[in-house]
Design a protein around this ligand. Sequence first.
Ligand SMILES: *Cc1c(COP(=O)(O)O)cnc(C)c1O
Length: 366
Amino acid sequence: MKIPLAKPNIKKTDIDRVVRILESGMIVQGEEVSRLENNFIIFSGSKSSAAVANGTASLHLALIALGIGPGDEVIVPAFSYIATANVVELVGAKPVFVDILPGKYTIDPAQIEKALTSKTKAIIPVHEFGLPCEMDEIMEIAENKNLFVIEDAACALGSFYKGMHVGTFGDFGSFSLHPRKAITSGEGGILISNKIEKIQKIKVLRNHGISLDGKSFEEFGFNYRLTDIQAALVNGQFERIEENLNAKKKIAEAYQNHLRASNIKLPEVSKYMLHSWQSFHILFLSTLERDRVRECLLKVGIQTNYGAQCMPFMKKFKDKYKLNSKKLFPEALKAFQNGLVLPMFEEMTKEQLDYTIHQINIIVND
Ligand SMILES: *Cc1c(COP(=O)(O)O)cnc(C)c1O
């Protein structure tokens, strides 16, 4: 048996939809892009949205649209996909790393308080693996200190916090449509916001700075557009989003109920959160044990991977800021060094799931 870590669920109808766009000749910004933006508005309950080239471009544009640049500090969790901190560097601002909550994979609000300075302009909470951040605490800090909030919800389509979709709390919510995320356009990203004028600015910035009426160049813009070909690929998947999320919820429940080992830590989800299970991430007591299990699983045909990075521990950031991650970000470092993502995809069969759980139980308790 061969079990991949992840697998997009692309059906013949999705492919037909792409072919129709190719045949139509309107292949860049047509109705499929608008439909995708509308799908995000309806599903998230946000007031407006803009589709862009990928989830990194969406974070980058959000920072630019908020005017964040040199001299500014932006608070980011120490544990995330590296793009979260890269974009802060790319606008010339300084990423200020904060450790994650023990037992969770999201930013620790109490540590945000300690990291604030007079230069702090924004917070980028990351809903890592689809687990929502503690948004009440984060929004309270942001409101008290007048800070922008860009929610990195790249992994979190279908994640809710106290009944509200993530990405709708801050100034922007940023999503990715990469194949490792819930639904995919190949490459793709989306920004949502309740502030309609902010999304209008994004639509200008993504398209060379051309004003929305097409009459003038009003910003130094990018070409960060999504194509209609990509939007067509993902719109059909969007129509099946509930099935996708339900299937992964069942897989997560099976892992939670049937993995047996005192030496692995399973994900913790608070009652007021709905996890969308982009990844099922477990934690071992040591890197040695994590790597041993990964190796053994590979030998029996089960693919796993590391989750996210302890960003200040990665070469470029380590060289620049010289932060001692072990001392300053012990939880993020543990998650990076001892964490493992298990197979999780919509079409995973019961047989594949049972086999995976059985093999993990044998190997971990060996
Ligand atoms: C995937 C991911 C991104 C980047 O998205 P791309 O579409 O690959 O550019 C950013 N942040 C987080 C937390 C991610 O998981």
